[in-house]
Structures are given as structure tokens and as C-alpha cells.
Design a binder for this molecule. Sequence first.
Ligand code: ZN
Length: 508
Amino acid sequence: MMSKIKSCALLGIDSYIVDTEIDISMGMVAFDIVGLPDSAVKESKERVRTAIRNSGFLFPQKRLTVNLAPADIRKEGPSFDLPIALGILCSSGVLDKDMFEDFAVTGELSLDGSVKPVNGVLSMVYESLSKGIKNIIVPFDNKNEAALVSGINIYPAKNLQEIINDFQNSTYSKKFYTSEKTEYEEETEYLDFADVKGQENVKRALEIAAAGRHNILIIGPPGSGKTMLAKRLPSIMPPLTFEESIDITKIYSVSGLLKDKGVLVTKRPFRAPHHTISPSALTGGGSIPKPGEISLAHNGVLFLDELPEFPRNVLEIMRQPLEDRTVTISRVNGKITYPSDFMLLAAMNPCPCGYYGYGDKCKCSENKIRQYLGRISGPLLDRIDINIEASPVNFNQISNTKKQESSEDIKKRVMKAHAIQAERYKDENILFNSQLSPNQIEKYCKLDDASLKFMKQAFEKMNLSARAYHKILKMARTAADLAGEENIKLEHLAEVIRYRNLDRKFLL
Ligand SMILES: [Zn+2]
């Protein structure tokens, strides 16, 4: 007899429905799974067989064939255990054949028949709902994550025996789960800029960065507070929208990183991978593909401290994701795309010892400094609009008791600037000033005569490239938006031109 149970497989952070067809027929005793299963699916045979036996049922001594359809997409992970087991019990007559018609099923089985959590449940529940499936059986430990989606009944499964009891006695609907926490609550525990004394210029540069979504590089000697400042960037970015939260939660769910398997991620991600990170850990991939750091930083900040210490090949692979805001990983059986729309925040010392430009402490040769800076690839620097110098804090700043501006206040200005950009670019295919194309720069970054004169002088004096010129205009647009000005003024240019000065000081 044949039965069919709907299940879900992951592709990137999205899911698709897989039909688990189970046929039991007379003939030589066998148990085959077809439909491009990976090794985890093959191992599933042993788990399913033992779990059924240990739950007190006979495993059919017949010819048993499991087909996972569609066959042309690779299935990964152990989430097919439970649908296969339930299908076998339907095909062998323990449960009604059509019992699970309105259900999708996902879950890994232990040998004792208990159901273990799987990755990507949030995305599976979404997909099931969108395909009109009314109910879904998920592992008990994934129930809160599943309950983030409304409009579909969630049956949290503890073990095989209990599921069979509930479905044989038609009491399963009593177990349908809804989370108590239905309201969307934003988490607000960020580190605050009010705790950082001095460094006004860096704080302001970070404000510009957050307001126009400009990538930023902070250069300064050890002890200048680069990391302390960097960690506070998420605190001045707008609160996550519900949609942003869902997207991030899906990524963390697929990665198996949801902390208590259920609470929506409501804090902007701040990821700070070490410079020893491998290319695949940064972009994603692996034998069972998982999102990398640049996807875990989606809708948030990717912080690369000690930028020149990152191997060149690791930095190079970020170029495309920075452009596309998604990352595509090629695999034997096709491609996987993960979202990766993050703000890049990098920090570095000015030289190998760290003190070039600050007194006579630095003993690095010019050659060594060039080599050190040369490690950062040009194309990556091209995608960083702002570079700002963080100087060591002096005694006056440390002993200053004046209250520093809070992140909350800075965030208000940033959000106002976002609203202005959203309105201005509503008919363009962009959201932020940093995304302006050269044509759009001409349209939206017009300069008056005084500003033009100023830029001409700067262009010649600083030996600016066309690219640097465009970056200055984009940043000036953001400075004007923060000030609520319709047109870019001289003062905005004069401010943001300082955020390119480091090119000259360090990078030539
Ligand atoms: Zn040095």
C-alpha cells in the first residue's frame, strides 16, 4: 500500500514542499530511499527502523520504498525521519492512510522514538502556510519558532508513540500550540554612545554611516577605542521592522543558532568574525550548507577588526555580496542564495606596530607600512565610503564630566534621514544615498557655485579620483539629509571631505 506525507526541505533560507511517498509491497525484504538523498537521509533508515520498533510497533518485513519528490533537488539533513516513519505506519495500516492529508511533517527521530529539533522550521512553516497546508507537525523544541507564524495549526511532537496515540484517538487537535508571546516586542539592550567620552568625530562619522548606509573604516592606534565605538553602531540604527526580524530569524533558524528555539530575533545583528575565519565560514557553504557571517550580519553590522590581518582571498570574496546584498554559493547540485544586506564596519591600525602618525613611537619602515596597507584589496576599499581617524583620547576628554549624547538621540536623527531618503528614492531602485549610481548622483547631488569651487580645489589639491569624488558627494547628501536640508551646502562638503583625508595620509 502506498501513502504520501508532505514534508519540507531547505534551499538557502527558503523551504519547498517535498512529497514523501512510501510504498510497501510484497517481495524481498528491503528498505530503499530514492530521490537524491544525502548521507543523512540514508542514515535516517536506521533511525526510523529502530524508532518504530522502540515505540512498540512492528517494522514491516516487506519490500519498502521511500521516494522523496521532487527528485531533482538535493535534500539535506535529518528532518525527513518523522515523515518517513509516519508514512510507514500509514502504509502498514497502523494509522489511517489519509490521516495526514492536511499536514506537513518535519522532525528528526532518536533511536528511542523521541523527536529531536531540526533547523529551518520557521521557513518550513511559512512555506507550508503559503501552499495552503492547514496543519504542521514540528519537533516540540521548535514549537515557539513555528508559532511565530499564524494561520496554521502547530502540533508540537515529543515522541513517536505520543503522536500515534493522539492520531489514533483523534485527540491531536487538543495539542495545537499557540505561543503566549504574540506581541512583537523590540529588544533595546544596545551598548550606548553615551558611555564613550570624546571621539566626537568618529561618533559623527558613524552617524553619517548609519544615516546613509555607508560602509566605514576606522583607522587608529591601539587604545583609541575603535572596538568600543564600533560595537555601538547598531544602537543608532532604526529598530528592526517585523519583516526584518522574520528574515533574520529565518537565517538564524537555518543556521541552528536560534537561542531558545523560538524567540524572534529583534536585535540588530552585530557580527565580528576573527581574522582567522575561513572563506566558507564568512560567505556560507559547507557540506551541509549553512549561512556564513555575512548572512548572519544581514540587516545589521559586519565588523572586521584588524582588517589587514584578514587574508586577501577572504576579503576578495566579499566584493560581490557587498554589491548584490545577497551571496550565492555554487554547489554540486545547483546554487544556494542567502541574503547578506549588511553594513560593513572595519577597523585597523595605521601600521604594523600601530602608532604611525602618533608621536615618534612608530619604528616601522615605509616599506613595511605600504605592505601592511597593501593587504587590503583596492576593490574592497572601493566599497567603503567613509574612512575616519580615531585618535587616542586625551586626559581632558577622559576627565570631562559633561554628559555625552545618547544613542537614542542620535538614532532619531538617523531615522529622520532615512525617511527623507525613502521619500526621495521612492521611484528609484535604491533606499540609501550610498547606493546612488553616477547618474543618480548627478540628479540628486547638485552643487551650488560656492560648493563647486570648493570641490574643484579639493579635487586638485587632494588628487582625488573620480570614485572618491562620487563618495564625497554621496556622503554630503547624507550630511544634508541629517540636517534636513534639501540641497547640499558648502558646510556639508567641508565636513565629509574629512572622511576621505585618510586616503592621503595613509593609503597613498
Ligand atoms: Zn608602526
